[in-house]
Design a protein. Sequence first.
Lengths: 425, 425
Amino acid sequence: MSASDRAINMDRVMKRIERLAEIGKISDTGVNRQAMTPLDRQAVELAGEWMKEAGMSVRLDEAGNLIGRLNSAAAPDAPVLMLGSHLDTQPYAGRFDGIIGVLGAIEAVQAFTDRGFRPLQPIEVVAFTDEEGCRFNKGLFGSRAMTGRLEQGELDRTDADGITRREALAGFGGDPNRLQEAEYAKGAIDCYLELHIEQGPVLESLGASCGLVTGISGPLWLTVDLYGFAGHAGSVPMAMRRDALAGAAQVITGFQAMVRAEAGTPVVGTVGTLQLFPGSRNIIPERVQFTVDLRDLDMERRDRLEEGLRKLVDDAAADNKLSYFIREDTNSPPRFCDESLMNAIRGEALSMGLKLPELMSGPFHDALALSYVCPYAMIFVRSKDGISHNPMEFSLEDDIGDGVELLYRTMKSLALANKGERSGG
Amino acid sequence: MSASDRAINMDRVMKRIERLAEIGKISDTGVNRQAMTPLDRQAVELAGEWMKEAGMSVRLDEAGNLIGRLNSAAAPDAPVLMLGSHLDTQPYAGRFDGIIGVLGAIEAVQAFTDRGFRPLQPIEVVAFTDEEGCRFNKGLFGSRAMTGRLEQGELDRTDADGITRREALAGFGGDPNRLQEAEYAKGAIDCYLELHIEQGPVLESLGASCGLVTGISGPLWLTVDLYGFAGHAGSVPMAMRRDALAGAAQVITGFQAMVRAEAGTPVVGTVGTLQLFPGSRNIIPERVQFTVDLRDLDMERRDRLEEGLRKLVDDAAADNKLSYFIREDTNSPPRFCDESLMNAIRGEALSMGLKLPELMSGPFHDALALSYVCPYAMIFVRSKDGISHNPMEFSLEDDIGDGVELLYRTMKSLALANKGERSGG
């Protein structure tokens, strides 16, 4: 839709995106603003000011989450309509990942209050702490704290400099000793909406500015070790070899073919790392280790593909006289978006004249943690060339504008709706 | 033959093998003493001391070759009778590869001088620099420098830490700026003898302690780079991927099948190294580099297989939307041993009562470089289970003793022969 038809103010949003990008700026377009650093704290303070401008009261919770709240005079204690994302970045990142979700939510609230609307339930905008997880090697910290999903030892994790998350959190303004107070009571969050860049090429290929997320796929992470026997590349006859890389190549080729054969489904399979030993051009590889990343919305299909992969490893080991070990590192089920929230978004997109393709999210987001305590939905904004976690990450102002407007309209319709009606929908 | 019938002293040889194995020792029986490292330098210094004990004068040439020389009073300027091998090892190696050739040659000279023999031509024992080629990905450095076969850019090659061969050579004691002075004048080397472990299973299967090499098969070394595009493993659909590792796996699988299909021939094909970038479990690999080692006695078949490999790369690039680059690092035709030197060795073996089967060498050796400037011959010593480039590499003391004695007797007969006679043979 044209910018003049929008309720939201994209000039303001773009100025804020640019202002935030100065905090931790690297190269021309890059940002390195890792979680719970002084730079992250600067970003949070700035966002807190903008929340106040939008009419919200602001607090930093025990887990370091920045929470802006728009009270509801009509139902001050009603479950909260929550919007959010994150402000922390990867070490070699762009200006949009997470950021547009927080700034877009603040803008949605500001457009709402500027027009004199008053919500029928409280609205909260959250900038969750440490979504990325790159500093302490485990992400979604703030959103898991809020939803009671932290695990033992989380505060003892250290960054590359040996600083514990406990120390970093205390320095950031949180309170590691009262972390459990960040958890919301059961039923306190009515629903959760998140706006985010796609970080993939689907919307671009479909020519759509925005998309509707149907769910966050469940990642299965495996590590495969193959054990053969080293020998001189010139003197061990082919029939006597136990070449671990020949076996690994056979598995990877078979795995790729198997996943690609599911064309038209959202399943994706990746071997992203491979190490071999001893790694000399004239020695037959004795050991190979590689990782497998398999994601799908359909657990039955994902289980079947995992079964197929395990058979590929077994066959390749037999063919190449190898032994092997498969370790499971992560195994999460997919989390689906709420149908009635998706319907609300579909309806608003229709009224805006927006094409709104539906797609799953391969990457996970704070919404994944929220999905365990309330219904959730997500809107994706087109990413140029599908690039993310890179300074080249880029989204058009007009695409972000469509996304923020869609978030605003959805929030407005939810915040003004009779709750009895929606829950019956 | 029994140890007491030998002129050479195997106690001394075995003690020296064990002493050298302490330099760069890994695990119980392994060695990691890569070329031009401080450990390699330690080994060279020790070998230099032993050369002096054997009556030789010692120098390190500009290419880092350690050269021990026994002068000939009778013919001080006559072409040299050269014996040698190397002291550097693969990163995950044993105690014998190269080592027995250097220590065996030193022992041969010592047995010769101890008995009061004086040669009719100078004898030189050489420990050639960087035979293995694993550190800078190209081997036979010292022997190619001596024979004028270095190529452009050799000194600019870097190891895994970014150290150039130029820097490594200077640190080792060579002189990269005067490298051409290491080259011997045409005709200065009369002939070359090398003792080496077989590194394969043939002698063991024939029940022979030693064998006579008839030639070295021609190695083709290629480096293949595949270029795709990185992306989030969760968000780029399979059909839109440009996964460089998927392409590499396809090439390796096809290449292995192609070479294995030539069962019953001596051709061998190996992919021994593979690196990928960026190497994160949830990022699609953007770049993969791997090496190919293909060896055969039959150049026509080897050319056909190379053609097949290039087609595999082309097809995999098309299937995975990759670009690629194939670099040829080494391309040697097979080099056959000198018939009159082989006859000399056959005669000595007969006098020792040794069974001496004849076989080709799949691995190449410094002899390959020497073959371009003088006649050469090689003696192989049986390898247990055909294992080499592995800490489990092993040869019996008695087998090495047969090999060193055979080397000594051949050297003696050549060094004491009327040159006019031999060249007419």
